[in-house]
Design a binder for this molecule. Structure first.
Ligand SMILES: C[S@@+](CC[C@H](N)C(=O)[O-])C[C@H]1O[C@@H](n2cnc3c(N)ncnc32)[C@H](O)[C@@H]1O
Length: 320
């Protein structure tokens, strides 16, 4: 038996929030709909002493408890309406994990397992469909922005949302920014939106480029972001940039020379690298000394995310 607090249907949402704010809503029960009298009842944890104006009556009722969702045993990322499970867990039935994921995330319509690491120049994962519609094109929302992409043909990491926002807050409105490995444009668009800086966004993957163009328009930053379909190694510009974003963790250092050629004195290059600071810092210093004749004025770093157990992608801020 559980107490159920009834309210008039038009005020049901207001009443629900009132009950939640006072921790009165009983977990594990669905609301009761009394269509005949135009009421909605919310199961509550105790008999309400004083009946607020929102609650028109309290009844004690027999209600079935909703089954608790079973815990998901595998880590997964959610990109728009797609869930991506990382493979490699012993004794796991991915199809049953997928149905648990779909039970707790009602807007997920497709679940894939990522097979192996991301590969190729485009850094795309190999995906195996385990549940749902098999629809790889989706719209992902983060930081109040939306990004259309194809999870099978473009790279996208939803765990970088906070990092993108953080970086955007470090860019000033007068900056000229180069995003050398932009993918479908999450860094470029976020930086343009939150800092009002001008951004040139480069990617070599034609599929990523077409979504980049769409995402620029979708987020109304066409005045600030210019897309380029080309290899970053061959990219040239009349402009010298004050900030460069290099999110290509397994080979970003190979392109540091290109970034140095395109930057003005006092610029900051944000290098994302899978190398630990003990290796990356001397390598960055040596490249700068070799190509500019002097070391960077300062290198700072911070871990960004763990891509494997005890292995991190680190952002190095190289101040020239
Ligand atoms: C790790 S992803 C990062 C994408 C994006 N910055 C993000 O955070 O979602 C790297 C991207 O660099 C692109 N890429 C790889 N090599 C490139 C190159 N030589 N020139 C331009 N883009 C390249 C890939 O197509 C991919 O979209």
């Amino acid at each position: 038996m559980v107490y159920v607090a009834f309210t008039d249907k038009p005020r049901a949402e207001e009443a629900r929030r009132w009950l939640v704010s006072r921790r009165l809503l009983a977990p594990g029960y669905a609301p009761v709909h009394d269509e005949e009298h135009g009421k909605v009842g919310f199961p509550v944890v105790r008999r309400l002493e004083e009946v607020d104006a929102l609650v028109s009556g309290v009844r004690r009722m027999h209600l079935p408890k909703r089954p608790e969702p079973l815990p998901v045993r595998v880590p997964y990322d959610v990109v728009g309406g797609v869930a991506l499970i990382k493979e490699g867990f012993r004794g796991v039935r991915y199809a049953s994990e997928a149905s648990k994921i779909m039970a707790v995330n009602k807007n997920i319509s497709t679940v894939y397992v990522k097979v192996g690491a991301v590969s190729g120049v485009e850094r795309v994962p190999r995906l195996k469909l385990v549940a749902g519609r098999g629809e790889p094109v989706t719209v992902h929302r983060e930081n109040g922005l939306s990004f259309k992409l194809d999870v099978e043909r473009t790279y996208f990491n939803p765990r970088l949302a906070t990092e993108r926002r953080r970086l955007a807050c470090e860019v000033g409105s007068g900056d000229y920014v180069l995003d050398m490995f932009t993918g479908v444009g999450p860094f470029a668009v976020t930086v343009a939106k939150f800092s009002c800086a001008r951004v040139d966004a480069v990617d070599v993957n034609p599929v990523a480029y077409s979504y980049l163009v769409e995402n620029i328009h979708r987020n109304r930053v066409g005045h600030a972001v210019t897309p380029f379909l080309c290899d970053a190694a061959a990219f040239s510009s009349d402009r010298l940039y004050s900030q460069v974003i290099m999110n290509l963790p397994f080979s970003s250092l190979n392109y540091l020379g290109v970034a140095l050629r395109l930057t003005r004195p006092g610029a900051v290059i944000h290098v994302y690298s899978a190398k630990p600071p003990s290796e990356a810092e001397p390598a960055i210093t040596a490249i700068c000394e070799d190509l500019r004749g002097e070391p960077p004025s300062k290198i700072t770093w911070r871990p960004v995310f763990e891509y494997a157990p005890r292995r991190e992608v680190v952002r190095f801020d190289v101040h020239l």
